[in-house]
Write a protein that binds this ligand. Structure first.
Ligand SMILES: [Zn+2]
Length: 479
């Protein structure tokens, strides 16, 4: 069958419809529903003005600048860290001045193993200097003994290393007047350390100093330190949630860590892959996600365990969009892709680091933010309240949302947070674009990338025009 006037076959028509569909979805914004006017939940309000010095150590060691240039006071114990080449091990060597007689101890990070020691004795998991030498030392394997992985803050993580570099958890040093430094190059944090050549970049936002540790071993096409620091600076201004640390250390990993998660955080420090660009859809959010963890200072219990990861995940995507690093449509794609997480139970019972906590949690919080539209409140304010309360459960969040949500909203009925957390089916996220935008296309765009789809639509259009031109000329010849 052919349409006589245009000389088009059924195949041509299907192709044309396909191109038109693509053009409307992948190219023309707004055709499938205008973006919601919701992009001002997290304006750049103010930089943090009250920071807490979150050192977990009884007496915080002094961290020498890199490369070690300053001379520490002579009465200090100097602890030198060296990587044992091509392994996941490092050695700490203590240099104890003659007048020092006691009070030097350390604890291993979770699941790390002590593989050698001189001058230390263990007492209930704490290694104490036994005074047999003034240069005691210990070798720590950060891959554990029986398992090749470590559990930090719940999720399974694996610290990476190369021939000449190591990213690892730090030992907890305890004692007065202790200075730490890398033997050759690197940066030693309270939670993590990097041994190997680095450049250290600093940025101050209000009372907070953000320190980006850029490894020389990172591949050439990695995210640039200014791009990451700008992002974190902007995130600090938009997250008016309290619990700001005076120092945040960002350890960029030269390789993408294997295991369940490519990044992780503990207290005021975090690790993320250097290769993850800040504007990458589905990857770039990691910098904000881990930064949000540094701004969480509460213990979630009683049905709210999911909120730690859920809020980091949601705010990661949301701020990435509000900062213009991803488009609202890309944000929608990210929010929609996890609806197939097996719905074995509700969010209320989700383990803190399950997929449900991350993705269903993010979806629920997007709905909460929508309900708070026009109420001068946001999920950020909820986080601030949780930070103030310290010990929080589902009912605390439920009551806060009940007090703040928009009861006169133009949506059909007020959002039921209780229902959403107890439901065992996927909570529909609040999309920036209309929900008429089909899920299958969101998934399609996510997997192939908007750029690729636009390219494909372009090529198809061109093919169609050529075909159309050819059919026209053939028709003329026939006439
Ligand atoms: Zn997380």
């Amino acid at each position: 069958m052919r349409i006589p006037h245009l000389n088009l076959s059924i195949g041509d028509i299907i192709l044309l419809l396909f191109i038109m569909g693509f053009a409307s979805i992948a190219i023309t914004p707004g055709v499938v529903g205008a973006p919601m006017n919701e992009t001002t939940h997290y304006p750049s309000v103010r930089e943090p003005t009250e920071c807490t010095n979150q050192s977990v150590l009884e007496h915080s060691p002094t961290y020498l600048p890199d490369p070690p240039s300053g001379t520490p006071p002579t009465h200090h114990v100097i602890v030198t860290y060296s990587h044992i080449e091509n392994t996941s091990r490092y050695r700490i060597t203590f240099d104890i001045p003659a007048n020092r007689t006691s009070g030097i101890q350390f604890e291993l990070p979770e699941q790390a193993a002590l593989v050698a020691k001189t001058g230390f004795e263990s007492k209930q998991g704490v290694w104490n200097w036994n005074k047999s030498t003034r240069t005691p030392s210990a070798v720590i394997d950060t891959n554990g003994t029986s398992s090749a992985s470590l559990r930090v803050r719940g999720p399974l993580v694996q610290f990476p290393h190369g021939e000449e570099w190591l990213l690892a958890p730090s030992v907890n040093l305890n004692g007065k007047n202790i200075s730490v430094r890398p033997a050759t190059a690197g940066a030693i944090g309270e939670q993590y350390l990097y041994l190997g050549p680095v450049s250290v970049h600093r940025n101050t936002v209000g009372c907070q100093e953000q320190i980006y540790i850029e490894p020389a071993a990172a591949p050439e096409n990695s995210a640039t330190p200014p791009a990451v620091l700008d992002l974190l600076n902007e995130s600090a201004r938009r997250l008016d949630v309290g619990a700001a640390d005076a120092t945040v250390r960002i350890f960029a990993s030269p390789t993408i860590p294997e295991g369940e998660h490519p990044g992780w955080a503990s207290k005021n420090e975090f690790v993320a892959p250097a290769q993850f660009h800040v504007d990458h859809v589905g990857r770039g959010e990691i910098w904000i996600h881990e930064y949000v963890h540094t701004r969480q200072d509460f213990q979630a219990t009683r049905g709210l365990q999911w909120i730690t990861e859920g809020s980091a995940e949601y705010l990661g995507r949301r701020l990435q969009m509000e900062l213009g690093l991803i488009s609202p449509r890309e944000y929608d794609v990210l929010m929609s892709q996890y609806q197939h997480v097996p719905n074995t139970s509700s969010l209320n019972r989700a383990p803190p680091t399950s997929n449900r906590s991350y993705h269903w949690g993010a979806a629920v919080l997007s709905q909460v933010d929508r309900q708070l539209t026009g109420q001068n409140a946001s999920v950020g304010d909820l986080l601030k309240t949780l930070n103030e309360d310290k010990q929080v459960g589902r009912r605390d969040a439920e009551q806060w949302i009940g007090r703040h949500q928009n009861s006169t909203s133009n949506t059909t009925e007020p959002y039921d947070f209780h229902e959403a957390t107890f439901s065992s089916s996927y909570p529909q996220p609040a999309y920036m674009h209309s929900t008429r935008y089909p899920q299958v296309l969101r998934a399609f765009i996510f997997h192939f990338g908007i750029g690729t789809l636009r390219g494909l639509a372009g090529v198809l259009s061109l093919l169609f025009l050529i075909k159309y031109y050819q059919s026209k000329t053939t028709a003329k010849v026939q006439e």
